[in-house]
Each structure stands twice: as structure tokens, then as C-alpha cells.
Ligand binder design. Structure first.
Ligand code: C5J
Length: 225
């Protein structure tokens, strides 16, 4: 067991039953010309989350944690994309429309890839999800159950959308979630802050929040203990 310094209070975790879940660190969200920009966002705001996520990923790999990567996206025929979701974008840059990184938010296109700095290593599960939450219409629950995972370290983009939805889903499924604040990012800084505050409010209603320095230190302590 290791204890992570966190808000609203310290969290004891067993590294043997802890997984790192990295949410949607895809070119479509972090780079110009993808889905994030098509919705009118300044995608450069997400870049700050990459180095902390990279440090967390390296620490998790060194400690032998299960690492799961997720990607939001849809089948090329859009059969898994609700019409209501597609209709919300700018018509010329909607899901499935051609863009500089290929068709927007479509599996197999360059924009759907995870950014190079956080590329999955061989053997690390990559969960392709059509929704905001990583449990909806995926086999994430089965992947975690196979390793008896009880605690999730969660980071990625965006804080208040796919990270938050996944943490809410996980919380309802009985996982303890620790969100790594600086390894998350949002196009709307106030929503990043509010999203993190909502997680720890009311006595950890959805989980705990810490930062990459404290979590990496705790993982390293557990690895050498
Ligand atoms: C969004 C996500 N923001 N990965 N997706 O549409 O948070």
C-alpha cells in the first residue's frame, strides 16, 4: 500500500490493483485541424497536460501498473455516431468530414491517433469509445476486472467532459478514482478548475484529486518498498 497526498485527504492505494487510465490524448483534441478545433476551441490550451501525463505514464510503466489508453471516435460509416452528436458541429467540420488530419473523429484516421509523446506501448490496452464515458459501449470493465483493478488513476482530456464522465461512470461501478490534475486539460480553464472541485466536494463525492508530482512520488515509493 502507498499513500497519495490528495484532496480532500490522503488516499491509500494498493498498486497491485491500480490502473492508469489516460483519456483521449488524441491529435483530434490536442492539435489544430481536428475535432476540438472544429468546435471552436483553442487547442493549444491542452498542451500543458502532456508532460505531466508523460511523467505519470513513465512512473506507471516502471511500477508495472496496468495502463489503459482511450480514444473517442467513430466507425468510418458513422453507424455508432448518434445523429444528434454529429449535428452539433460546424457543418463543414462535423464528425466524419475531411480535415487536415483525415476525417474528423474517425477511427483509423491520423487525427484519431494518440499524440506521439503518449503513444501506447505494445500490450497496453487501447479502448475505442464512441461516447464521452470510457465504460459506455466498450469492454473497459472487463479489462479492469481481469486484473482485479479497484483504483483508477485518471488523466487526459478534457477534464470536464470525457475525464469527468468516465470518473462518474467508474464511481458508480465501485472504483476509487484519483484524478491527476495537471495531467488533465480543458479548453475552458474555469471548467477544468470547477470539474476538479466537483470531484472532491462533499467528501470525495466522485473521487480524489492530486497532481503528477505527488502521484509519481507515491508510485515510486511503492515500487521500491
Ligand atoms: C470532448 C473529450 N471534449 N475527450 N471529448 O468532446 O473530452
Amino acid at each position: 500500500m502507498v499513500t497519495v497526498d490528495a484532496e480532500p485527504g490522503p488516499l491509500a492505494i494498493d498498486l497491485a490493483t491500480t490502473a492508469l487510465v489516460i483519456i483521449d490524448m488524441q491529435r483530434d483534441f490536442l492539435e489544430p485541424g481536428g475535432f476540438g478545433e472544429s468546435l471552436g476551441n483553442d487547442v493549444s490550451l491542452l498542451a500543458a497536460a502532456v508532460p505531466p501525463a508523460r511523467a505519470l505514464l513513465a512512473a506507471a510503466r516502471r511500477a508495472g501498473l496496468l495502463v489503459v489508453h482511450t480514444r473517442e471516435g467513430h466507425r468510418p460509416d458513422l453507424s455508432d455516431a448518434p445523429a444528434a452528436k454529429i449535428a452539433r458541429g460546424t457543418p463543414s467540420a462535423r464528425i466524419g468530414a475531411p480535415g487536415p488530419m483525415g476525417r474528423i473523429l474517425i477511427r483509423g484516421e491520423p487525427g484519431h491517433d494518440i499524440v506521439a509523446d503518449l503513444a501506447p506501448a505494445p500490450g497496453e490496452p487501447v479502448v475505442d469509445k464512441p461516447g464521452k464515458g470510457a465504460f459506455y459501449a466498450t469492454d473497459l470493465a472487463e479489462i479492469l476486472a481481469a486484473r482485479s483493478v479497484a483504483t483508477l488513476l485518471v488523466c487526459g482530456v478534457t477534464t470536464e467532459v470525457c475525464v469527468h464522465t468516465t470518473v462518474r461512470e467508474a464511481n458508480d461501478r465501485g472504483y476509487r478514482c484519483l484524478v491527476v490534475s495537471d495531467a488533465c486539460g480543458s479548453y475552458i480553464p474555469a471548467f477544468h478548475a470547477a470539474g476538479l472541485a466537483m470531484i472532491v466536494a462533499q467528501g470525495s463525492i466522485f473521487g480524489w484529486v492530486s497532481d503528477s508530482h505527488r502521484v509519481v512520488a507515491a508510485i515510486a515509493a511503492g515500487r521500491t518498498a
